[in-house]
Design a protein around this ligand. Structure first.
Ligand SMILES: [Zn+2]
Length: 259
């Protein structure tokens, strides 16, 4: 991040003291958070959860966003990873949540990525999600968020994720998800940045998932559950609003059931 932007964010933090919003990563509170995200028309047109530009979502101190706070709360409140021995494969991780998981006494955390140089603090291994270099049934939990919309063969990636999970394990597979689009938008003939940005919202995305995303996961062998913190009342409404989660974003959990 540029120094000028850092200074601006520091000033934002100073002029917005308060208790209305809370960052559970750095434990700071403010009157409001920073704006964050990518502006693209397609995100609005299709009501995309986990994508687009949002007001009041980014912590001015540690830069956590709603998506990463959602995952922290999910692991804390809805799983036993901090209580039970858990072997996790975390693909191209969000750094805030990776740090928290690495510190978990019950967790052994493997960071896998095609860009190891970007993740040196997590002792990364080189890993392409379309060809995961681990044996079948290796991990209890696999986290692969905002990755498979970038890869060429998402069906292969989904099957690979299923393969390396232990039976009874689960994967967290967040993607930008268009809530009023039945069928995923995908067009391999789009080559320029401008074309991709217009069609999928981001220049490096290969598709924009619609509701058939869940069928794709089922076809790879998963049982899919969507867990929404507001609908399923993880915390009181007031508390959830302090975390500035997005009410339309579910956690997408793909279970590999025991045979
Ligand atoms: Zn923070």
């Amino acid at each position: 991040m540029k120094t000028s932007k850092k200074i601006r964010n520091k000033i934002f933090a100073l002029i917005n003291p308060g208790k209305k919003v809370y960052c559970l990563y750095c434990k700071k509170t403010y009157r409001k958070f920073l704006h964050e995200g990518v502006k693209a028309k397609v995100f609005k047109t299709y009501t995309v959860a986990g994508g687009g530009y949002k007001k009041n979502v980014q912590c001015p101190n540690c830069y956590s966003v709603d998506r990463s706070r959602l995952l922290y709360l999910f692991f804390q409140l809805r799983t036993e990873v901090f209580q039970k021995k858990t072997h996790i494969l975390h693909i191209s991780p969000n750094k805030e949540i990776a740090k928290v998981l690495c510190e978990g006494k019950t967790i052994s955390h493997v960071c896998g990525t095609i860009e190891p140089e970007q993740y040196m603090e997590f002792n990364p291994v080189y890993l392409d999600v379309q060809k995961i270099g681990f044996e079948d049934h290796t991990f209890d939990v696999l986290i692969c968020c905002h990755v498979i919309e970038h890869v060429d063969h998402d069906d292969v990636a989904m099957r690979e994720i299923h393969r390396v999970l232990k039976p009874g394990g689960f994967a967290i597979l967040q993607v930008p998800l268009a809530l009023n689009l039945e069928k995923t938008l995908e067009d391999k003939t789009l080559k320029t940045d401008k074309e991709r940005k217009r069609a999928f919202g981001q220049v490096d995305h290969n598709r924009l998932y619609g509701l058939d995303y869940f069928d794709k996961l089922k076809n790879a062998g998963f049982r899919v559950v969507r867990d929404n913190p507001f609908q399923n009342k993880w915390l009181s409404k007031e508390e959830l609003e302090r975390h500035r989660l997005d009410p339309i974003e579910d956690v997408i959990i793909a279970y590999k059931d025991q045979a």
